[in-house]
Design a protein around this ligand. Structure first.
Ligand code: 5RP
Length: 220
């Protein structure tokens, strides 16, 4: 199977976790695009979706799935999203698509985070994938200096402005052995909106697609 076929298999497995009559939290990325397409096939079972990016909102709307404003929602039983890396504690690096801040907000509201991945995303130690950090534009140089002090090598993601009007620094060279501590430390830098470590609120379920099928793994 190709990597894209594995992404699709993980995405389709997530349909089993949808709560009938509910609003579904929807992430961003190529794996989630498969999930949105699969969700269209069962759209009469759900009220609609809350989306983590303009791109996902457009795709949902194109399928006739109503997109709700998160501020009008009191509870979200399930959030489905991909990851760039996920470790054994289900802490993740996210933000390869630049949607990390809205993803983190929707994840925070949801009761259950279902992570959908192909097997290449599973790692022992986070950090080979550069850690995305969303930054207020005027703070870019300051935040870069602070990230270097922490041992990282930040590089501005050229040509990208986030849905929130900010910039992304991709931080190379970090070996993240304590994801909660690193997430907290980087978020304390003035000018950082948030970083792509999802450790404080990691995944609850991992649907990991490999050659042998989709493994359904629960957080400890
Ligand atoms: C977007 C994300 C994505 O979940 C992550 O980049 C994985 O993307 P893909 O499913 O395309 O591999 O965090 O901001």
């Amino acid at each position: 199977m190709t990597q894209d076929e594995l992404k699709k298999a993980a995405a389709c497995a997530a349909l089993d976790y949808i709560v009938d009559g509910s609003i579904v939290g929807v992430g961003t990325g190529s794996t989630v695009n498969h999930f949105i397409d699969a969700l269209a096939g069962v759209r009469t079972r759900i009220r609609g979706a809350v989306s983590s990016s303009e791109a996902s909102s457009r795709r949902l709307a194109a399928h006739g799935i109503e997109v709700f404003d998160l501020n009008g929602i009191e509870s979200l039983p399930v959030y489905v999203d991909g990851a760039d890396e996920i470790d054994g504690s289900f802490a993740m690096i996210k933000g390869g698509g630049g949607a990390l801040t809205r993803e983190k907000i929707v994840a925070a509201v949801s009761e259950r985070f279902i992570c959908i991945c192909d097997a290449s995303k599973r790692v022992d130690v986070l950090g080979r994938f550069p850690l995305p950090v969303e930054v207020i534009p005027m703070a870019c140089s300051h935040v870069s200096r602070e990230l270097r002090r922490l041992g990282g090598e930040p590089r501005l993601r050229e040509g990208l402005v986030t849905d929130n009007g900010n910039l992304i620094l991709d931080v190379h060279g970090l070996q993240i052995t304590d994801p909660v501590a690193t997430e907290t430390r980087i978020n304390q830098i003035v000018g950082v909106v948030t970083n792509g470590l999802f450790a404080e609120r990691g995944a609850d379920v991992l649907l990991l697609a490999g050659a042998g099928g989709v493994e359904r793994l629960l957080a400890h």
